[in-house]
Design a protein around this ligand. Structure first.
Ligand SMILES: C[S@@+](CC[C@H](N)C(=O)[O-])C[C@H]1O[C@@H](n2cnc3c(N)ncnc32)[C@H](O)[C@@H]1O
Length: 174
């Protein structure tokens, strides 16, 4: 089984199992997560923030997995990270940065509009990704996003969000 098939299977399985059991608490948890992060990024203003692993420490692995400089790249849960900026400066031109936090996306799109106008910014919940059509990205990068699903959720809601997340990623990836 290749890694894509494995991801599809995992996402579908967790989703099917959990969506029957916890349908409402997950929506509630997602709203709380958005509020939490909006407050966080409001305080940061336009300051950059990489929670861990700045671009240089990831450069060699990213260069191996990214399929050429024209690859369609989706970064989920970008926050205030400099990853999109650094990838763009390294030569990748099709980068969409997304986050559930409207504040993060507003802050970052404003910050980069003059220096990096080619970067795209989109408010998107990674557990849905409704903004994107099927198979529209070569690569989806998650640096410290899905592991935060339990920040403000009980563990059952976090499990549901994680299942929906894997299904969404599998849908938008080529
Ligand atoms: C720990 S921060 C990591 C930010 C950035 N990727 C980095 O490396 O510094 C977690 C990020 O995930 C985002 N996030 C949390 N839940 C999300 C969801 N369901 N969909 C999209 N982004 C989400 C938060 O808004 C926040 O920007």
């Amino acid at each position: 089984m290749d890694s894509k098939a494995s991801t599809d299977f995992t996402g579908a399985a967790i989703c099917a199992l959990s969506s029957r059991a916890f349908p409402e608490s997950a929506a509630h948890a997602a709203a709380k997560i958005e509020l939490y992060w909006n407050e966080h990024f409001q305080k940061l203003g336009q300051d950059g923030e990489d929670w861990f692993c700045e671009f240089e420490s990831l450069r060699s692995i990213l260069m191996r997995v990214l399929n050429g400089y024209s690859a369609q790249i989706l970064i989920v849960g970008c926050g205030h990270s400099r990853l999109g900026e650094c990838l763009y400066d390294a030569g990748f031109v099709n980068i969409t940065n997304s986050d559930i936090s409207t504040v993060a996306i507003q802050n970052m799109s404003k910050k980069y509009q003059l220096t990096h106008p080619g970067l795209k910014w989109c408010v998107a919940d990674a557990t849905k990704l409704d903004e994107f059509t099927d198979q529209s990205f070569d690569v989806v990068i998650d640096k410290g996003a899905c592991d935060t699903f339990d920040f403000r959720a009980d563990k059952h809601s976090a499990a549901l969000l994680l299942g929906q997340y894997f299904a969404s990623i599998a849908r938008v990836r080529l």
